[in-house]
Design a protein. Sequence first.
Length: 307
Amino acid sequence: MRGWWQDLTDLVLPGECGGCGAPRAMLCAQCRAVLGGAAVRRVRPVPEPPGLPVVHAAAPYADEVRATLLAHKERGALALAGPLGAALARAVRAGLREGAARPGDAAAVREGVAPVLLVPVPSGRRAVRARGHDPARRIALAAAADLRRSGLPARVLGVLRQRRPVADQSGLNFRQRLDNLVGALTVAPGGARLLSAGPVVLVDDVLTTGASLAEAARALRAAADGPGGPHGLPAGPISNAARTAAVYGGESWESREEQNVGSRRERTGRRPGRRRIAGADGSRGAVDVVCAAVVAASPDAFQINRN
């Protein structure tokens, strides 16, 4: 009986801690404390890419934190999305609290009339197929759930798409990463209008050179001024089906929770008292990236902190 029970628990329980390898723990208490105990700080890569929004990180990308992120991303330890999402949520709160959002946006969020919109930087299609999931999106979903539990309305909008293949970033330097990513991202049709519903926070798992976040911010800003109707959108209203497809089309099964939430809200109409958030220029519906948040950033980005 003992041997049978041992075999069963081996199937159900994690074999080792994602951070340090300790047995019988998804994430041991010590590694959880390292991930969740560090003070969230504003980080800046050096050199800093043009157009990079203000970024806050929950922890340095080193040791146990690095191992935990890699276990989630590369080894399929999907249960780690929970603690990683909680760390990302702390970084999101810090960005909103420290003045990255305009006062009107912050008030609307506190009053529950506008959600914080978390926009994850997408992984490449080949990487998603190889890993079986999109790590940044999964962590963003966990972060949104954490924010909602604390009373802060939040949604994940996966509106960014890669419009051309990009090379693997791991072996590229700062300049090569910028060249590799320039013009690589775009906003899905109808996405800009959805992004006008609240303050937009770009999210990712790790910041190294900042090239990915800078390109994502460029794509979101460009969506407000593109060809077509206002803010690059076709004239006329967007149907509920098209709205859902624009944001969630082609995404993996892990996005269904947020998709269903959005669909229910659209069927029942806008919540009482909800208002649209004005853009930076006072226009309605403009895409305005107020800040960015990541789970971890390179230690140099913490050390060279010119706040």
